[in-house]
Design a protein around this ligand. Structure first.
Ligand SMILES: Cc1ncc(COP(=O)(O)O)c(C=O)c1O
Length: 392
């Protein structure tokens, strides 16, 4: 499927293939139309009580209702933020401090929005931090999680639903059930799964989930935090009375409109998008195995155990391995990567290091969206074959 917004690539010197959709996604033209309509007509401050303000307020509350209906929650449980990082920080900092929690549980493969927040709280003596064991594909050890829950007083648990580097999924219904059993507070970073799976949050024993609109063809700089009605927290950002006193600062009206529209489209087209992206991922796996001897895949790759949008590949050891991404870029392919950190350096991927991937083998994360095609995969694999052969 072509995205007409980005069909004109004349700003680039050559055709460019975008396979970095876990980093961010191109805006959906339908989202742009919706946002543009509001930009043209509505500039009021939602906190103003006059007509212009009331109009902007109505637009935000309509967007909140759309999001809440899709997730089967109450609009009063949705708080708009500047994105995934702020939402994760709000859940973790407020959840822990306001409930006087002294122990948190997470994994070494979480996004830095979670990991660095928890580590800073540990450094400041607010919590002690435990890491759940994971296997070589990034799956969490549920027995170890239960042991950690049983051994400690009331814990704060932060476990992402899908890993952004590996794609490996965690069953948050199961984690929610365990957390309920041990009276733990459960936060899940759902930044990579929101808009990619149906979330019925009334059925999931989760207290907080997070969202960033730019991961499903919405605008950057906007997201939300879902806070289950059973739990009360104070704001992370103090200021005016916006977001029912929970997040000071004039609302990003255009971003919020774009987020709601993008989520609506994602839910509407989920089945067909999931099918076509899964097929593309399976196609790329087959092509890589066929064309490049010694490729390995990091994380789970089966459709029921991993995100269809993410494929993490380790290539055989080669000379100038750190030039692989650069060479792909030169060949007109945008993707991201990094091998496991080798000892003594602090560059590289903390996720690949946590699953003990070989630091000698260059790793690349290819991540897909509804706009990618089989022709793009063919071109990418052909270029990979050329590049890896010339460096081996
Ligand atoms: C799993 C995960 N959590 C959090 C974030 C941060 O989201 P944002 O870029 O909206 O701050 C990202 C972004 O890459 C992510 O992949």
């Amino acid at each position: 499927m072509n995205n007409p917004l980005f069909a004109d690539k004349t700003f680039l010197s050559m055709p460019h293939i975008y396979l970095d959709n876990a980093a961010t996604t191109p805006l959906d033209p339908e989202v742009l139309k919706e946002v543009y309509g509001v930009m043209e007509k509505n500039f009021g401050n939602p906190s103003s009580i006059h007509a212009h303000g009331r109009e902007a307020r109505t637009i935000i509350e309509k967007a909140r209702k759309t999001v809440a209906n899709l997730l089967n929650v109450s609009p009063s449980e949705i708080f708009f933020t500047s994105g995934g990082t702020e939402a994760d920080n709000m859940a973790i900092r407020s959840g822990i401090i306001d409930h006087k929690i002294k122990h948190a549980i997470t994994t070494r493969t979480e996004h830095h929005a979670v990991l660095h927040t928890l580590e800073s709280m540990e450094r400041n003596g607010i919590i002690s931090l435990s890491f759940v064991d994971i296997d070589s594909r990034g799956n969490i050890d549920m027995d170890h999680l239960e042991k950690l829950l049983a051994e400690n007083e009331r814990s704060f648990v932060s476990l992402m639903e899908a890993n952004n580097e590996l794609g490996t999924l965690t069953d948050i219904n199961k984690v929610g059930e365990l957390c309920r059993q041990y009276d733990a507070i459960f936060h899940s970073d759902t930044v990579q799964t929101m808009g990619h799976f149906i979330h019925d949050l009334q059925k999931t024993g989760v207290h907080f989930v997070t969202c960033a609109a730019h991961k499903f063809h919405g605008p950057k700089g906007v997201g939300f935090l879902y806070v289950n009605h059973s739990i009360k927290i104070n704001p992370l950002i103090y200021g005016g009375s916006q977001e029912r006193n929970m997040r000071g600062g004039t609302e990003n009206v255009y971003g919020i409109v774009g987020l709601a529209k993008a989520l609506e489209i994602a839910y509407r087209d989920m089945e067909q998008d999931h099918k076509s992206i899964s097929e593309l991922k399976a196609y790329m796996i087959g092509k890589l195995v066929e064309n490049i001897p010694g490729v390995e895949f990091n994380g789970e790759t089966d459709d029921d155990k991993s995100l269809c949008t993410v494929l993490n590949v380790s290539f055989p050891e080669m000379e100038m391995a750190d030039m692989l991404l650069f060479n792909l870029d030169i060949a007109g392919i945008s993707c991201s990567g990094g091998s496991a950190c080798s000892s003594g350096t602090n560059i590289g991927s903390h996720v690949l290091e946590a699953i003990s991937a070989s630091p000698e083998r260059p790793a690349v994360r290819f991540s897909f969206s509804k706009y990618n095609t089989a022709e793009e995969i063919d071109y990418t694999v052909a270029k990979l074959r050329e590049i890896t052969a010339s460096f081996s």
